[in-house]
Design a protein around this ligand. Structure first.
Ligand SMILES: Cc1cc2nc3c(=O)[nH]c(=O)nc-3n(C[C@H](O)[C@H](O)[C@H](O)COP(=O)(O)O)c2cc1C
Length: 360
């Protein structure tokens, strides 16, 4: 296995011993050049990087920067420690063609990761306590070279006791404040993982998202805030979300994953544990969905007359895929599965020029 995050080892093992593969060794030296593009007010060589997930701590972020991914998103953190789902989290998902959101038929998932172009991502958003992740995220921020940006991803947790929406909103505000204290120049709020206690995704609750976004922006002021979204099959709902939040936040990142029922060769549930019959799938089979979201976000942004950055995520396996996203209107592009399979993707993207990206 040559991936920099080893899916055949536990999340804890990765955190303690990674990164692996190409990220464990220094990148070839190359002249950095002058950063000439913009990413949410930050000069970058290319508005291209690795989204929340595979970069589980500062050592991974530093390696990503070193290997010329110019945006590194530090894996989503919380206000309190939270365990990962039982191992494994990442299996090869054998889906033919595009994975559609309403797919009823189960999909085969196994550990034949060497041939995979789509994988599962079922971690449960583990987090350490802030007193552990804050100094580590600050190290990640400091490891960005000129023309590179560390993004701090966070999410709110439902209160353990009673407290309702007010406590849930307050937890987002606390998470944002703790993340901002690390010096991260851009924050991303993950709205696309199961909203604990409801089984649905927070990003589909427009009214609550608008309240949370307003409270978080009130706390962090001018620091750019990006909302991480799931795939919206309902375009009217996406329009409502943009209309309700584009005046508050600074950007949208889409998409996270598309859920599917994953089974092993015997037809049994592939990932162990209750509630994991379905799991999020990422990689080549969801590219269509990320592109579709970017195109629709571009349209809704224009209709709203809003000035927000659109970050295209999903199935970017090559520099050509990144250009396709740029041509669809993405202001920035990120790759998780593609970067795992090809750690040279950042350097490959540095070699191409994309006129559709915003120059400084
Ligand atoms: C190993 C792994 C862990 C992930 N963890 C997170 C996370 O903590 N927070 C988040 O917002 N997205 C997470 N994601 C989703 C990615 O940010 C991205 O949205 C998704 O993988 C689609 O991109 P891709 O097709 O390039 O993989 C994770 C993805 C992977 C592969």
């Amino acid at each position: 296995m040559t991936w920099f995050y080893d899916p055949r080892a536990t999340y804890e093992h990765n955190r303690e011993h990674g990164p692996f593969g190409a990220f464990a060794t220094p990148a070839e030296h190359a002249e950095p050049g002058v950063p000439e593009m913009d990413f949410l007010g930050n000069a970058v060589h290319r508005p291209f990087g690795i989204p929340a997930g595979p970069l589980v701590n500062a050592a991974f972020c530093e390696a990503a920067f070193e290997h010329r991914f110019d945006i590194a998103v530090y894996k989503t953190v919380r206000t309190r420690a939270h365990p990962a789902h039982p191992f494994p989290h990442t299996l090869a998902v054998h889906v033919e063609g595009d994975l559609l959101p309403d797919r009823a038929a189960p999909v085969l998932a196994d550990d034949a990761l060497d041939q995979a172009t789509s994988i599962s991502n079922s971690f449960g958003v583990p987090s350490r306590n802030p007193d552990e992740w804050q100094p580590d995220m600050a190290r990640a921020v400091a490891s960005a070279a000129e023309g590179q940006v560390l993004v701090g991803s966070f999410q709110g947790s439902r209160p353990l006791a009673q407290g309702g929406d007010a406590a849930y909103i307050a937890d987002h505000v606390t998470a944002a404040r703790l993340t901002a204290q690390t010096g991260a120049p851009v924050l991303e709020m993950n709205l696309s993982c199961p909203n604990e206690g409801t089984g649905s995704l927070l990003c589909f609750d427009t009214e609550l998202v608008a309240r949370i976004a307003a409270a978080v922006k009130e706390e962090i002021g001018d620091l750019p805030l990006v909302l991480k979204l799931a795939y919206f099959a309902d375009d009217a709902a996406l329009r409502l979300l943009v209309n309700a939040t584009a005046g508050i936040v600074d950007g949208y990142a889409a998409i996270n994953t598309i859920p599917a029922t994953l089974v092993d060769a015997g037809g049994q549930q592939a990932l162990p544990g209750k509630g994991r019959e379905r799991a999020g799938v990422c990689g080549a089979s969801i590219r269509w969905a990320g592109l579709d979201m970017v195109r629709r976000l571009v349209r809704h942004r224009a209709d709203a007359g809003a000035d927000v950055t659109i970050i295209g995520v999903g199935g970017v396996m090559t520099a050509d895929d990144a250009e396709t996203y740029a041509a669809a209107g993405a202001d920035a592009v990120m790759s998780a599965t593609g970067a795992l399979l090809n750690p040279g993707l950042g350097a490959a993207v540095r070699r191409v020029s994309w006129p559709s990206f915003t120059a400084l």
